[in-house]
Each structure stands twice: as structure tokens, then as C-alpha cells.
Design a protein around this ligand. Structure first.
Ligand code: ADP
Ligand code: MG
Length: 487
């Protein structure tokens, strides 16, 4: 379906034309004809399926049809997302005269944002929007269209009470158009839809075949110690204009970024502990080409829109198989092609089987010594992590604790509340005692399921020193060891 078939105003079509999109995405095809008629929708569709335009185009069209009287609100879970939406909104509304967009999120001064509060389109995170409502500067009852983007994530992050509060301050569901977008429609999301929407049409867009189709995937078996040198060789050979390197921990992300810098690369770490402002800045630097390599954890990269990446490297195999697809999906967005390289070491190889089962294919294995990879001198070979607090440059929060707080940290108001809206005390689950070991003294021996065959002596070897043929067998052995039949 073409955008022209939707009957949109010329000014909107003109802006779309500039983006040279061929046709509507599946999600847009499913949603736009319904929302343009003014019906409520709740939409489940994968990341990257073009949901943003589903609601933005509806909002713009309605604005024009009502000669500028319609006001719209888009609520998003994180600042990054809010900023992205604002950017797209400005870009697609640029030919609509005097259309105004305001974006509101925590972590920046209130003064700066005050003047945009009466914009035709208000985009924001729940905490900050409610703050404005409480101080009487924002009236939720003035909105004619309300959009909840990434509803599932919003709830993951504990915004359920905030969202409820916002809806309670709005007009009745029949007096506005409400749209809800989510990657999954959980029971919680559906409950909310029942409560605050007007007979919404439920739209499930078939997950476009997992995006890995357009991505060239490669996997190298490598020992933990040899990962970094291999990364250097790979980077030298591919020489990507932009790449993300994913690690499983933030310590590793900081280390890899630092070592890459020591080797002359323009690299930076992106971790969940960083302040939002700094994360956004880092991202902008990547987009502008000021840095070419971003070393990120899953938490830090979640929800960020980073297009046109040439390469994704899984420095560590993700422990959660879905993250593999999220990570490599950063390249080859919206039908483009890209490359993803995974380094499988002894520490994280146990995650591989689940990933391959999930993507329903074996990731092709390459061997470093067969790929004409040049060894590169590692200028950081004696690298030792400096004390943590030294590594925490300005811009990282706290400076003492280096604990990954995950999405909770992403919240702009930093309040912790339970579902009923009460402030929550810190709670840690009681540790389960699995067995009584109080009477065990000295060395504990573990009973092996399979006895070590006689004559077998364990030795520590470097993978690079093992003859090639033997190595293949060895890696196959390791994979088997971690596979279902091996367990
Ligand atoms: P989602 O919100 O579903 O994760 P987005 O709305 O962020 O997806 O869109 C992902 C990318 O696809 C964006 O870069 C966007 O510009 C692009 N895009 C949107 N619609 C189209 C289209 N019809 N054709 C090609 N690319 C599109
Ligand atoms: Mg989106």
C-alpha cells in the first residue's frame, strides 16, 4: 500500500516523500486506515515496524482536518524515546504551518521546557508530565488524541500508577481517541486498555520474519583471553564506519571501550549507569561520526534508535536469547542489510544453543586462521582495569557504586512505587538456602556425573596454539558439552 492511498493532506505527503519510503510497513497498513477513521486501537507489533508514523500521521491529519484545534499527547517510557519521537514529529510536520511540538522529560530544568507546554503535540515521559499537571501548567483534559507508546516497557519500568493517574485526569474515553502500542500485549496492558479506551480494535501485526534474514551472521570460537586481539583483527579487516559492540556487563563495556581507545579507535562505552544526558550525547556522537564504535550493554541500548549501523559485534554471547535478535537487529533496520559477528568464548557459550533454537538456524562458524585475518598489535595488552571510581568520568551518576540498575534507572523521576502507587521500600528477596552445608569442613568434592576416563590429564592450552583440525573437534566438544544432550 502506498502513502498516497491513505488520503493524507499534501503537506504530510510532501514530508513523507522526502524520506523516500517505498510503501507502508505492515503495521502502518494495518493501523492507519483504522486510526484515521477515529477509532481507538491497541497494537502489538515488533520493534522497528514503523509504529511511530502510525500515530504521528494520524495526529497530523486530524490536526489539519480540524483546522488546528486538535491537541495530541504521546507518552513514552524513556527520554531517549521521547526525543526520537519529537525528532520524527518535527521532521514529518515541517510543512504544516505553525505546527508546534513540545518534548518533556526529567533530568533537565523545568524552566527550559515551560514555554512549549501549549504545543499542538506534547511528547513526554510520565513522571515529568505529571509534575507539570500537578503544578497546574499542563491540563490533561485538553488532549483529543492520546498515545501510549511502548506500553509494555512503561509497565516494566513501574509507570503503571503514573499512567493510571494521567488517564484519570483526562476526558472520558469516548471524548478522545486513544492509541496504545506495545511489543507484547500482556494482561496488564489489556486491562488498562479495557479501562481507559473506547472499544479499541485489537491489532496484531504478524512479527515480520525475525529480522535476522537480512543480516550476515558469523560466529568465531575463541578463548576469553583471545577475544580482544581477535576483535582488533576483525575491526581492522572490516573497518566499519559505525558499529556497536555488545558486552554482558558494564565492567566489560568500560574495559573494551578503553582498550579500543588505547588502540587508536574512536570508541565510547554506553552503560545503564550513565546519566541520560550523557547517553544521549554519546549517541549523537555516534550518529555524527565523532565516534565510530559504541561499546554497550543490553540495558543501555534498549529502545535506542540507531540506524545504519554497519556492524554489530557480540563480544559476549547474550545470556538471554531474545537479546541476540535485539542486538543484531540494530544493523539492517527497515530492510537494509548488515553484518553481525559473535565471539563465542568458554564463559558465555552456554547461551548459544538457545539462541540458535530461537532463530531456527545455526550461526555460520568462521575460523580466524581461515579468514586471512591479520594479527594486530594490541597496544593495550597489559591493560589492567583502573580502580572503578577512576574510570567513572564525570557524567556517570554517583561515582561510587557501579551497579547496573537496569531500566529502573531509566525512570526520569526515580521514584519507586508499587502498583498501588505507594512508595516502595527497598526489598530484596530472601535468599533461598538450597542445601545445608554447615557441617562441611575443608574441601568439598563434587561428584561428577561422568567419571574422568583414566589416562586423561587436564591441561590448559591457548586456543590459538591448538592445531587447526584439533581445534574444530575441540569446539564441537565444548558446544556439545553445553547442549541438551551433553547435559
Ligand atoms: P517501531 O516504533 O515500530 O519500533 P519506528 O517507528 O521507530 O518503529 O520505525 C523504525 C524505522 O523505520 C525508522 O527509522 C523509520 O523512519 C522507518 N520507517 C517507518 N516507516 C517506514 C516505511 N513505510 N518505509 C521504510 N521505513 C520506514
Ligand atoms: Mg516505537
Amino acid at each position: 500500500m502506498q502513502f498516497e492511498e491513505l488520503g493524507l493532506d499534501e503537506r504530510i505527503l510532501k514530508a513523507i516523500e522526502e524520506h523516500s519510503f517505498d510503501s507502508l510497513t505492515k503495521a502502518q497498513e494495518g493501523v492507519l486506515p483504522i486510526t484515521l477513521k477515529g477509532k481507538d486501537v491497541m497494537v502489538q507489533s515488533k520493534t522497528g515496524s514503523g509504529k511511530t508514523l502510525c500515530y504521528l500521521l494520524t495526529i497530523f491529519e486530524k490536526y489539519i482536518r480540524c483546522s488546528g484545534k486538535e491537541r495530541a499527547l504521546v507518552v513514552a517510557p524513556t527520554r531517549e524515546l521521547a526525543v526520537q519521537i519529537e525528532g520524527e514529529a518535527r521532521s514529518f510536520s515541517k510543512y504544516i504551518d505553525s505546527y508546534s511540538v513540545g518534548c518533556f522529560y526529567g533530568g533537565v530544568g523545568y524552566q527550559k521546557q515551560n514555554r512549549e507546554l501549549d504545543s499542538a503535540l506534547v511528547v513526554g515521559t510520565p513522571g515529568r508530565l505529571l509534575d507539570y499537571a500537578k503544578s497546574g501548567k499542563l491540563d490533561f483534559s485538553t488532549f483529543d488524541i492520546v498515545v501510549l507508546d511502548e506500553a509494555d516497557r512503561m509497565f516494566d519500568m513501574g509507570f503503571y500508577p503514573d499512567v493510571q493517574e494521567m488517564f484519570s485526569k483526562m476526558r472520558k474515553p469516548e471524548e478522545r481517541e486513544t492509541m496504545l502500542f506495545s511489543a507484547t500485549l500482556s494482561v496488564k496492558v489489556q486491562n488498562l486498555a479495557w479501562k481507559f479506551m473506547n472499544e479499541p480494535e485489537e491489532i496484531h501485526i504478524e512479527p515480520e520474519e525475525i529480522t535476522v534474514k537480512n543480516i550476515t551472521q558469523e560466529l568465531f570460537h575463541v578463548s576469553k583471553d583471545e577475544k580482544f586481539p581477535l576483535l582488533l583483527s576483525l575491526l581492522k579487516k572490516i573497518d566499519p564506519s559505525s558499529a556497536i559492540i555488545f558486552t554482558n556487563t558494564k565492567e566489560r563495556a568500560l574495559e573494551v571501550a578503553e582498550r579500543l581507545t588505547m588502540n587508536g579507535y574512536k570508541a565510547k562505552a554506553l552503560i545503564g549507569d550513565m546519566e541520560q544526558k550523557k547517553r544521549l550525547k554519546t549517541l549523537d556522537e555516534l550518529k555524527a561520526g565523532a565516534i565510530t564504535l559504541l561499546v554497550a550493554t543490553d540495558v543501555a541500548a534498549r529502545g535506542l534508535q540507531i540506524d545504519d549501523l554497519e556492524l554489530v559485534v557480540n563480544y559476549d554471547i547474550p545470556e538471554d536469547y531474545e537479546n541476540y535478535v535485539h542486538r543484531i537487529g540494530r544493523t539492517a533496520r527497515a530492510g537494509k542489510s548488515g553484518k553481525a559477528i559473535t565471539l563465542a568464548c568458554e564463559e558465555y557459550i552456554y547461551g548459544l544453543e538457545a539462541i540458535e533454537e530461537y532463530i531456527q538456524m545455526k550461526i555460520p562458524v568462521l575460523w580466524a586462521d581461515e579468514c586471512s585475518l591479520e594479527p594486530v598489535e594490541d597496544k593495550s595488552s597489559g591493560y589492567k582495569a583502573k580502580k572503578r571510581y577512576n574510570r567513572l568520568e564525570k557524567g556517570f551518576s554517583g561515582g561510587r557504586k557501579v551497579r547496573e540498575r537496569g531500566t529502573r534507572r531509566d525512570r526520569d523521576d526515580r521514584r519507586r512505587r508499587n502498583e498501588n502507587g505507594e512508595k516502595r521500600k527497598k526489598q530484596y528477596p530472601a535468599r533461598k538456602k538450597t542445601h545445608d552445608n554447615s557441617n562441611i569442613k575443608g574441601k568439598v568434592s563434587v561428584e561428577r556425573k561422568t567419571p574422568v576416563p583414566e589416562g586423561v590429564v587436564a591441561r590448559k592450552v591457548k586456543l590459538s596454539e591448538v592445531p587447526h583440525e584439533e581445534k574444530k573437534g575441540f569446539c564441537a566438544f565444548i558446544r556439545k558439552l553445553f547442549s541438551k544432550e551433553g547435559r
